[in-house]
Design a protein around this ligand. Sequence first.
Ligand code: MOS
Length: 723
Amino acid sequence: MPSRVDGPLKVTGRAKYGADNVVPGTVHGYVVVSTIAHGEITAMDVTAARNAPGVIAVYTPLEPLVMQPVQMPMFGGEWWVPLQDKEVIYHGQPIGFVVAETFEQARDAAMTIEVTYAERPAATSIEDGMDTAEMAPVPPRNAPPEITALADGVESIEDALAASPVVVEGTYSTATQHHVAMEPHSAVAVWDADGLTVYTGNQAAMFPAAQLAQALGVEEARVRVVNPFVGGAFGGKAFASAPAFLAAAAARDLDRPVKSALTREQVFTATAGRAGTIQKVALGAERDGTLIAVRHDSWSSTGLDRAFTEPTSHSTSPEWYATQNLAITQRRVPLNVPPVTFMRAPGEAPGSFALESAMDELAIALDMDPIELRLRNNSTGPSGHDLKWSSKYLDECYRIGADRFGWASRSPGGREDGDWLVGMGMATAMFPAGRFPTTIRITFRDDDTAEVATGGADPGTGLLTVMGLIGAESLDIGPDQVKPLLGDSVLPPGGMSGGSTATASVSSAIMIAAAQAIDELTALATSAGAPFEGQEVSYEDGRVVAGGRSMTFGELLRATNRMSISATGSSAPGEETTKHSFSSFGAQFVEVRVHKWTREARVSRMLGVFDAGRIINEKVARSQIMGGMIWGISAALHESLDIEANGRFANADLAGYLVPVNADIPEVDVHFVQYPDTLHNPSGAKGVGEIGVVGMAAAVANAIYNATGIRVRHIPIMIEDLL
Ligand code: MOS
């Protein structure tokens, strides 16, 4: 399988990320953040900062860079723009911007700013807020917070549970997390006669471009966002960041290019992370395992801006298993914490911890194999929808996984190996398959290369590589002849690297654009004065063919005195969405070893088997899944962003916010069952971006139970939970 086309640039340091762009005359902006979690700024003494060496400007909510309100694309409501009011609603909120000739000067001056607050008590505990929580419409399309679907004659979910011969109930919780992309949020903003150019990493250049245009009150066509390389995003770079707004506005105010990057600690507070959740799940079943009732109530933390609700109940319980009765609710607890947003498998990742732990508990209550229980309740489509899954090979994932993992050797009480207690656990993984509207431009060039371009982003996912492969396949030429290009808002709108949609969106648009480009080429070949004038031609192997004669597209362009010929093609979700529901599926397997005396838990083996439709490049897809599975181990055993009572994060750095290192991760086995799903889109790919993380945390908790007999209903699971 071909390696990443951008790999050599990245590993040799030649790939230019946002803040790597050097523009002559650039000055440096340092973001100042609040040191309280709730209150109002009553004064800011910036005298010392203004007089500090090299300082050019100091902006605060009292002397702001005025910007316009920004509407949230797709989600309704307003997007927060820094420095527009004096309210502080979380610790570490951007409240100032110091611009100086050098970064060090800006940082030093920022340290001298004295802020006076009228402080108010901060709410920081999701538990404390449960009783007063609000029902929360569920993103991205504001689905109703409550769904109840009962069988005929059943009055309530409580009745259905009461009538179930076997019931398990539990309260599960998941920690607040953060994306912590390697590349901190940053921007270099430059104004010239054409308008504004901002170099800033993101998941789709057109979204921050539109937001910046709104904030600055300029036409969208005058804002260009450039991001050919993105050092990780995971949902945390879908929209414009504080440095992007501030650098762009300051650059206009000062008529100088401005560069700004968050520090690692600021990334944890001045950008949005993943909500903490509490989930109550009750499952009722027949003795043969058939589900009678599923109840799933969720509470998730959110900032006071209420910009996002982690859709745990909605993303799992209505879709994963067939049940006769279903009741779910989704509540949010507004807290004095930084905003929350999408983070890899939003909803599914924490939601599956609750549902898949509960399914394990049900299997134990039934004395049934956990895989058998899941096979018995296999869903043919989401509950309450008429639309069936377009394709679903989950049963095959379970079976292949069980075989590959040696599931048959698992015993209900685990086993001992010297000082280690060894257990196996599994869980289901699902993530919806979708597409964003995407336009691709294909350009045949006279040097026999073809450019495949779109404005989307490759935040490390391998999209650029996939574009090259699908481009080559669709144009019937070698991959080395294709020049994939993305990461610039002046290119045709390219959808988003989010929601695991990019491969399906971009691939289907490439196929349409390629057909269009080939039509243009053959029309040129047969036009008046052209080498194939008036002939019937065909196109194969990158050549225009008629009779016994053929020419490469480059030869044809040269013969017609053209340097290039272009065509665009677009693809968007369409009629297929009225016919089927779409999802990727998987089965996750984990073996853990818990030390008998120290109680440390280590994952010793892990396997994920996935039905994600056609896999276009197995090497890149495997990396995506592997990253997700490792993230799942991280969620299960490491990651937790811990809030002190005053709203400060105790561990807003990579020393205190634990992520796994190599020694924590064994060999990762990934297997794909490959059934192209052309009911979803012509490329047959369903998406692998996020499903890898889903189910992993539950698989670990289930394995720990198998090893130790201890059921831990929260993540991360710590040594003290296993004493
Ligand atoms: Mo993803 S959370 O849609 O970047």
